[in-house]
Design a protein around this ligand. Structure first.
Ligand SMILES: Cc1cc2nc3c(=O)[nH]c(=O)nc-3n(C[C@H](O)[C@H](O)[C@H](O)COP(=O)(O)O)c2cc1C
Length: 399
């Protein structure tokens, strides 16, 4: 299919791919690579998409139309769609107050929003701007127990229902574009500084008038003269707990009264340990292909995890969700919900809150249409067969 050039108005984007295309033109080169890139050869980044392509949909015919049901229970609350916004750090580089904008877009649609530890709006700013947000907080475990405890205390104080502990990023993956684009943490190379000058709309939406944003959640732990993007990057590099272990998670299970999820599971035995620890959920993720290159697509890991953990805790999946049919396939294979990373970031990069909302609406319209065309209007009734139905040529078939 020839890709239609959608122009510059994000409302005219008919797919997440078109929003991505617009974001690429809007953002300077370094910001685009930060957003879209993966680690090393980007094998995992590509596998994430390929895995969805390899699952077939086998529709039933002559099923009278009815409004598709996409509602389900997720972590103790009913959600209108099986999706939430994933934690992503440094969103303010895409658009000023991008975390607030994402939270607004999600809340307007009854969906949870996850704030990263390394966000550019703080926990307190989010709840002040979006009081009715269903706020989840993603924790990067800190080696300084005081900082760690303070982050947990703040998350609780602002009413976070859910805590996600990220376990696949104690060290950053090998992202060569980052090394090329920055001469020091958050210090752009000359070539990139020149490129920035060619993106006046981005300068207006993200840089003007305060320059590169700092990591607002962490500001209070930094000396006043280091509350900058590079100061925070240095801090996080130093203070991230490299000894993150199951013992830590067991202690956190005692400490955190809300829902507790482990984000970074690919192996069924890790899913079993999460069940044994009494966690409320896991996120099957490869960090959007940004960490260890060569790991499998999350969709390929899902069946093995579902076999050992389904019904014992909530199973969320992310990495590569770009279409409503991807959500449908993930749910058919046993995910309770998906997290959206880049899909909504492309939207926020080109249209702020409305752009993020547009991304969410595209995905939900696609999901509802796919359920109808599949002849299975209830998301909770999907079935999957592991043998190819005659003539589909596929290993997995959803109906
Ligand atoms: C720009 C960017 C920043 C991210 N920052 C974080 C982060 O701070 N914490 C975290 O747990 N995951 C982070 N992730 C991973 C996402 O939570 C999620 O796992 C991933 O984006 C899913 O893949 P997708 O982008 O293909 O949907 C980040 C991903 C991207 C693209």
């Amino acid at each position: 299919m020839r890709r239609y050039h959608p122009g510059y108005d994000f409302r005219r984007a008919h797919s997440i791919a078109e929003l991505a295309h617009m974001a690429q033109r809007r953002l300077p080169h370094f910001a685009w690579e930060y957003l879209a890139g993966g680690a090393e050869e980007e094998l995992t980044l590509a596998r994430n998409r390929q895995a969805f392509a390899e699952v077939s949909l086998l529709p039933r015919t002559l099923v009278p139309w009815e409004t598709p049901n996409t509602r389900r229970m997720l972590l103790g609350r009913e959600v209108p769609l099986p999706m939430a916004i994933a934690p992503t750090g440094y969103n303010g580089m895409l658009h000023r107050d991008a975390d607030i904008q994402l939270a607004q877009a999600a809340t307007a649609r009854g969906l949870p929003f996850t704030l990263s530890t390394v966000s550019t709006n703080s926990l307190e700013q989010i709840v002040q701007a979006v009081p009715d947000v269903n706020l989840w907080f993603q924790l990067y475990s800190m080696s300084d127990p005081k900082v760690q405890e303070d982050l947990l205390h703040r998350a609780q104080a602002v009413g976070c229902s859910t805590l996600l502990v990220t376990s696949d990023a104690v060290l950053l993956g090998n992202r060569e574009w980052d090394k090329r684009n920055f001469v020091r943490p958050r210090q752009l190379s000359l070539r990139n500084k020149v490129d920035v000058l060619g993106h006046p709309r981005w300068i207006r939406q993200a840089l003007w008038p305060h320059g590169m944003p700092s990591m607002a959640n962490l500001d209070r732990y930094l000396p006043a003269d280091q509350r900058t993007a590079s100061g925070a990057a240095h801090f996080i590099g130093e203070k991230m707990d490299k000894q993150l272990s199951w013992d830590f998670l067991a202690r956190l299970r005692e400490r955190w009264r809300g829902q507790l999820l482990l984000k970074g599971v690919l192996h069924p035995q890790d899913a079993e340990r999460a069940v044994a620890l009494g966690l409320d959920g896991i996120v099957v993720t490869n960090h959007g292909g940004r960490q260890l290159d060569g790991v499998p697509a999350t969709l390929d890991c899902l069946p093995g995890i579902v076999d050992v953990a389904k019904g014992k805790l909530s199973i969320l999946l992310d990495s590569g969700i770009r279409r409503g049919t991807d959500i449908l396939k993930a749910c058919a294979l046993g995910a309770d919900a998906v997290l959206l990373g880049r899909a909504t970031l492309y939207g926020v990069a080109v249209g702020g809150q409305a752009g993020a909302g547009h991304a969410l609406d595209l995905l939900s319209q696609e999901l509802r249409l796919a359920l109808t065309l599949l002849g299975q209007p209830d998301l909770n009734q999907l079935s999957v067969s592991r043998r190819a139905a005659a003539g589909t040529g596929a290993a997995l078939t959803v109906s």
